[in-house]
Ligand binder design. Structure first.
Ligand code: ADP
Ligand code: MN
Ligand code: MN
Ligand code: MN
Length: 341
């Protein structure tokens, strides 16, 4: 077997800490069809996913992307996780998400997720751009800013954008965020299960790029205490009916009303530590109550003014935390808005 006619496949999966793991294997030839990719396994006792006695976890390939690090013909493979008997393991949230997406596929669910994150200097534990002692200049100049003294990590954010484009991930943009060392990128519109697969793989690419610079990525909803924005993962959502004429009144408003009745269930599924972020300050709504509004960045869910004016489009659920599991968030949106009575 030679590299010349073979291909390196990096298998990526979600561990027992809501993080990502990967390992690489040589394939004798690049897969010409999906089923050419073999299943594989790993030691779940090392990832908080299996007791030591029967620690094998099976990984099944679910999506393939060109590998921007190794180049053509090498690939990244997003996998999900099973017991040797073929049952999805408890952290395999993709499994139920895929079932929900399949149930309503004729409604054509589209998602656009806005991933916010901080770049952290491991030596200080603080965001890059924060001095070792004290705090930087307060929020104001950083959001979408340009400056040699105030902007930190653009090389990482931009390399990540290009890596996602290379990999065929539907990244739609990136911007510097409100706090120093904080950035956002958006993946979408992506259809159904594709959103969760692509957002997870985009996080993997980001962490690999930051790793090359000795920097860590932090998605926590409130990593820096005090008067600094936290990180969210605003989740934009639409169905075919919402995008068609009359969709605002006919489909978006009813979906928002259903979401209002399941606020607690959604909050419970939208990431850990989110109570520190959803305070009613820093462009958030209070975690205690659900409210929606047009163009309201202090609402739980926001309808863009263009959608309200056109009478159709999409809405934004602003509640998910930066550390949410996109398989869970997209499943919950579909479950509440499209499946439950
Ligand atoms: P914001 O104004 O809240 O910062 P962004 O521009 O950062 O919004 O992100 C909006 C996201 O919504 C993008 O990923 C975009 O592709 C996605 N989007 C656009 N139209 C739709 C739609 N009809 N359904 C779902 N998502 C959509
Ligand atoms: Mn945004
Ligand atoms: Mn943002
Ligand atoms: Mn937003």
């Amino acid at each position: 077997m030679s590299l010349k006619d073979g291909c390196i496949a990096e298998y990526v999966w979600i561990d027992g800490y809501n993080g990502l793991r990967s390992k690489a294997r040589m394939l004798s030839e690049p897969p010409s069809k999906f089923s050419d990719l073999p299943e594989w396994n790993y030691d779940g006792s090392s990832t908080n996913q299996a007791p030591g006695v029967n620690s094998e976890v099976i990984i099944k390939p679910q999506a393939i992307y060109p590998d921007p690090f190794r180049g053509t013909p090498h690939i990244l493979v997003m996998c999900d996780t099973y017991t040797p008997e073929g049952e999805p393991i408890p952290t395999n949230t993709r499994y139920e998400c895929a079932i929900a997406m399949d149930t309503i596929k004729e409604q054509e669910p589209w998602f656009g997720l806005e991933q916010e994150y901080f770049l952290i200097n491991p030596a200080t534990g603080k965001p890059i751009g924060f001095p070792e002692e004290g705090e930087p200049e307060p929020q104001g100049p950083y959001y979408c800013g340009v400056s040699g003294s105030k902007m930190f990590g653009r090389d990482i954010a931009d390399a990540h954008f290009k890596a996602c484009v290379y990999a065929g991930i539907k990244i739609s943009g990136t911007n510097a965020e409100v706090a120093p060392g904080q950035w956002e990128y958006q993946v979408g519109p992506a259809i159904g299960i594709e959103q969760g697969d692509m957002l997870w793989m985009s996080r993997y690419l980001l962490e690999r790029i930051a790793e090359m610079k000795g920097i860590d990525v932090n998605y926590d909803p409130k990593p820096v205490k005090g008067d600094w924005n936290g990180s969210g993962c605003h989740s934009n959502f639409s169905t075919k009916a919402m995008r068609e004429p009359g969709g605002y009144e006919g489909a978006i408003v009813p979906a928002l009303e259903k979401l209002g009745k399941k606020h607690a269930q959604h909050i419970a599924a939208y990431g850990s530590g989110n109570e520190e972020r959803l305070t009613g300050r820093h462009e958030t709504a209070s975690i205690e109550e659900f409210k929606w509004g047009v163009a309201d960045r202090g609402a739980s869910c926001r309808v863009g003014s263009d959608t309200a004016e056109k009478g159709c489009g999409y809405f934004e659920d602003r509640r998910p935390a930066g550390n949410c599991d996109p398989y869970v968030v997209t499943k919950m949106l579909v479950q509440t808005c499209c499946i439950d009575p």
